[in-house]
Design a protein around this ligand. Structure first.
Ligand SMILES: [Zn+2]
Length: 232
């Protein structure tokens, strides 16, 4: 994984916060090396906390708007200003035609021409994470020149930690030791997502995963990815 001013990264995330959890440290490194980064969120991320179908309330609208604002602040903390939001409901991607998700991703790639893409792995509990992977896989059929030549899957602590059987097998490790504080500063922008340890997304939970991935690669702290395609 190499970053320079010609690198154009697209992150396809199901929910606002997945981008920080999955690859926030790596994005900080990429930005530091002059890469261009844009994040695409496929849904709003808060509706799963409301009774099914009950989204016509001021409380829902307020929470959705807050999450969006938190995402903007978190990305700003990493130095990223380019992002887009889709209106889908969270944890319900299985109720939309997957083609609608594929087309959203295709349209973004066609207008942005990323050289590198980061997205979810399909081995997590969250249904949206799984479907996002499938939609990216379909959108990245190598038939257009705007399809990125380097595609990585990240892991989301929480959804990835709660599978019955852990099957995520990373093969790329990014040293995030010296950008850890930046990642945590970005994470703290998601005020509504902060919970105490042993919740996996607590700061200690995230640090535990970063250190665990780090010791697999002789690093203090790492983010781990699965490289699924690289065309040279
Ligand atoms: Zn998520």
């Amino acid at each position: 994984m190499h970053f320079d001013p010609k690198t154009r990264i697209l992150v396809v995330a199901a929910h606002p916060d997945d981008e920080i959890l999955g690859c926030g440290g790596t994005l900080a490194r990429a930005i530091r090396n002059g890469a261009c980064v844009e994040v695409m969120f496929l849904s709003e991320g808060t509706s799963a906390r409301f009774p099914l179908g009950e989204y016509d309330s001021q409380e829902y609208r307020t929470q959705a708007a807050t999450r969006r604002k938190e995402a903007e602040e978190a990305l700003k903390a990493l130095g990223i200003n380019e992002m887009s939001f889709c209106e889908r409901l969270g944890c319900q991607f299985d109720t939309y035609p997957i083609l609608s998700i594929v087309k959203d991703i295709e349209n973004k790639m066609e207008s942005y021409s990323p050289t590198m893409l980061f997205t979810h792995n399909p081995l997590e509990v969250n249904i949206d994470h799984r479907i996002t992977y499938e939609a990216v896989e379909a959108a990245c059929r190598p038939v257009h020149d705007w399809v990125p030549k380097e595609i990585y899957l990240f892991e989301v602590v929480c959804s990835g930690s709660w599978t019955f059987q852990s099957r995520f097998r990373p093969n790329v490790f990014v040293d995030i030791s010296d950008v850890w504080e930046i990642k945590m500063k970005a994470w703290q922008c998601y005020k509504g997502e902060q919970k105490p340890y042993p919740f996996p997304r607590s700061q200690m939970g995230q640090e535990t995963l970063a250190r665990y991935r780090g010791i697999s690669a002789g690093l203090e702290k790492a983010e781990a990815f699965c490289l699924v395609r690289k065309i040279i």
